[in-house]
Design a protein around this ligand. Sequence first.
Ligand code: B12
Ligand code: SF4
Ligand code: SF4
Length: 382
Amino acid sequence: MVGPGPKCPPIGRLDGIAIGFGSPCLMGVGQTGGASCSPAGQDTLHGMGNASLEALAALVRDDDVLLGAASASPYVEVEAALEDRVARGLWADMRFTAARPEVSCHPERAVRGAQTVISAIVPIWRPLPAQPEGPVGRLPRYAWGDPYATLRAALGRVRDALKAEGHRAVVHVDANHHVDREGARRAGLTFSGKNTMAIAPGIGSFAAIGTLITDAVLTEADPTAVHQGCGSCTLCIDACPTGALDEPYVLDAEKCLSYWTQSRRAAPEPIAAALGDRVYGCDICQDVCPWNHGPAKRRAGLPTTGEAWVRLDEWLDATDEELVERNRRLYVPGLDGRYLKRNALIALGNGPEEHRHLAEPYADSDDLILGPAARRALRTDR
Ligand code: B12
Ligand code: SF4
Ligand code: SF4
């Protein structure tokens, strides 16, 4: 049995069983292959006498998912921040967690007798596959695969094991019911960056987050153990092409490229131009962040798997239904594939002239989503 070293304090403890580790242990975990403490540390579970929970932690380990635990007390500051953003027009027309802050900021109401928020993060950084020839668009790293499926499976097993022990437990992964970053911060896994990302020392911000809320009592992490790590750095603020982070720690969705790729609204020209070859999301404020550079070096040897690039002609040729089905991991308003096609037309218009003729079939369309984007792509006076 290998226990955690002195730098590897368990951050969560369920009925006396360690389930995760604090930030000092996150360096090079799991897929990075250089794990000095995280996988070994989880061996503290062996021989502690609670078979189902031991099995649960072993499953988590297999999935390369890190867990932390926090008290299920209300997220008072985050609720205020959310309401403030909506009131100041910084939330655009999004719903998500702002639809019901009385739910998303209140884990204590998620299950009867809620005691604990278990936050799970999974690292997603992988080397960028070579850009194919032809008309291509770029996807954000979190969409190269489906980290949420990994989290759902891992936390689903945790939930099942907790339920088998007679506990109540509910899982929310990237759902509107819970502000995931706050769970991760309170669980001692991350700090909040000026780009608003949850940044885990040793993993960076290229990490997806999932949440489980339970009536089981766990020892809470100390969130102050993960220090706010931005200091005087302003790289993300300077790099954001549209000024969406001009107020540090607060994102103005009206200016955020990521928002516009998943909005029903037509992007104003400066936003459309700034999108470049992005057909969904934006990683600029993470790519420049120094907290991602070390993890990227450590993970550079991983296979270049995942769908980093999409063929714009294939997106435009697919039926709307096929396109949404193929990209089920992406949030698409109303599950309407035309929004993805619109994004492809915008990228086409921003790309080399030789490919823009692909927009022609849509140019005469009176479809209010596709027509304007196609005509923009074909315009020479921009
Ligand atoms: C709405 C939403 C968006 C919106 C708005 C994002 C935003 N910054 O608020 C849009 C569509 C723009 C978006 C974009 C992206 N998103 Co998003 N999104 C969400 C969603 C559904 C809710 C977020 C939320 O409730 N925000 C509420 C506000 C109040 O929180 P916040 O800005 O995150 O603030 C946190 C801290 O900054 C801090 N805080 C708040 N105010 C202040 C003020 C000060 C002074 C300080 C110090 C701290 C502080 O408290 C909050 C909680 O800890 C979550 C999923 C979920 N259910 O939680 C995913 C989520 C946040 N998104 C995620 C991702 C991956 C992205 C993108 C990277 C995708 C992409 N590549 O395009 C971008 C990143 C853009 C960016 N810089 O944030 C991940 C983030 C993972 C991580 N490591 O942080 C999440 C958690 C999904 C998940 N479960 O994995 N997203
Ligand atoms: S995701 Fe892109 S547009 Fe949005 S804040 Fe970050 S850099 Fe700016
Ligand atoms: S780029 Fe700099 S300021 Fe922005 S989140 Fe990273 S460390 Fe913080």
